[in-house]
Ligand binder design. Structure first.
Ligand code: BTN
Length: 257
């Protein structure tokens, strides 16, 4: 393990940074260790990268950015929409580094065109009214279309395959820290309502037919808006239903779950 200087120029996010050649999961390591607020943990490869909804996350050494950020004493009432707030910061960083063309698929997948380039997994441990949070961010940097195909990941792309840009992982981690820090400060102080308009503008799911899988039942509807707490408001069978991240998967947008 090496302490590294990301050079992000931030007040707290990524000021402490640790780099590992290999970890099981950067999120898992952060959860097992007592790390200061804002610490970034990067790994060149993960042997058991974790994705949302109990799925695994596949990365390959040198071809992906896998890192986690630790937030301490994070208010418990600012957890539900945190992954959506993170999307805004990461989207800003991807746009700054690679140019336009990125969008969000509700709740917290980042796409370029029709393909997923980045996933975010927020995990938290509550203690009283506050939590220790680990924000895990995985970005595909340089894998080719062929590599994704052979892995059966037909709806995935890398920054290079999607935009032609070869992006350095540490520079991107620094850019994410720089863009995400002010978003987190605003979100902590004012909540998601202050960020909702930017999220709406970036969200490809809105206006699309969706199939919501909730408690094993599949319901068809139309995604119409984002709620004040980050829920997806859908019209299903003539009624407005709010779907919360983690409670349901939304299919129907490019077939990607
Ligand atoms: C998703 O399912 O879309 C979320 C993927 C999150 C992957 C990142 S890679 C760094 C961090 N460590 C993990 O084990 N997972 C997250």
């Amino acid at each position: 393990m090496n302490a590294i200087d990301l050079g992000a120029g931030t007040a707290f996010l990524g000021r402490n940074a640790l780099f590992f050649d290999e970890l099981d999961s950067t999120n898992g390591w952060c959860k097992r260790n007592d790390l200061p607020h804002g610490t970034a943990v990067l790994a060149a490869s993960q042997t058991s990268g974790r994705g949302r909804m109990g799925q695994s996350w596949s990365d390959s050494p040198g071809k992906s950015l896998s890192f986690s950020l630790v937030l301490r004493d994070w208010p418990a009432n600012r957890l539900a929409a945190l992954p959506l707030a993170c999307c805004i910061g990461v989207l800003r960083a991807l746009t700054a580094e690679c140019g336009p063309g990125f969008a969000v698929k509700w709740s917290n997948d980042l796409l370029h065109g029709e393909k997923k380039v980045c996933g975010i997994l927020c995990e938290s441990v509550l203690s009283g009214g506050s939590a220790t949070v680990v924000i895990g961010i995985g970005v595909n940097l340089t894998r080719t279309e062929q590599e994704f195909k052979s892995l059966g990941l037909v709806y995935a792309a890398s920054l290079e395959s999607a935009t032609g840009k070869k992006i350095d992982g540490r520079e991107l981690a620094a850019a994410i820290c720089r863009e995400l820090e002010p978003v987190l400060i605003k979100f902590q102080e004012f909540g998601f309502l202050e960020l909702r308009e930017e999220y709406r503008r970036s969200c490809l799911t809105l206006g699309k037919e969706v199939r919501v899988i909730q408690n094993g039942r599949e319901l068809a509807g139309l995604a119409v808006d984002i709620g004040g707490d980050g829920g997806l408001i859908c019209e299903i069978g003539g009624e407005r239903v709010i779907i919360h991240a983690g409670e349901a998967s939304v299919r129907g947008l490019y077939g990607y779950v």
